[in-house]
Design a protein. Sequence first.
Length: 226
Amino acid sequence: MTQASKQSPHEPLSYDPITPAEYSGLQEAYTHFNNQLWGGALPDVFITYQRHAHSRGYFANDRFAGRLDKSAAHELALNPDGFVGETDKKICSTLVHEQAHVWQHVHGKPSARGNHNKQWAAKMRSIGLQPSSTGMPGGRETGQRMSHYILDDGAFSLSYDELAATGWKLNLQSAHRPPSRGGGKNKTKFICPDCGQNAWGKADLRITCTSCGLEMPADQPPANDA
């Protein structure tokens, strides 16, 4: 009898799997907002976590294809790096921001090269999210890179409160990663929230983009897709 045959079979593992718990929560939120904010008009999408540089999330149409048939699936991705220090409500607003792109792809007229156009901006306002290139009042409503902020008592805010009242919550975010101490790699990157221009310097610097007249925050993903 071999050594392997003498070994007793392993006991079944007794834990709740992380993957279905986390992704089923994302699906629940997507379905909730689809029904309440979009009247169920959005198609099914494949929701993923992706660490996409300088972006809290993105929408990509027909990103996946069926292996056994000719079906296609859109992707809606969220960046878990952008979850750190943010509330579930703010993270859900990014999910809904991307749902606005899903809606426009299916029912509207998206701009070329992924620009956030006037149709998209109007739809965002109608569901309680104000487009802003800076993520604050006064920012531009349209452009290549666009953030937003939540409107008090808007449709999104009220819908999120209903979701949260059920006990819904996110469980995971990116783990803390200490900055590199290698030579020349300890400078902080600053990015203009409007035009995307980059600059590097000490973390406590305050840098302004001359072209746009906007302060350039340290390299943190904006609250939307690139």
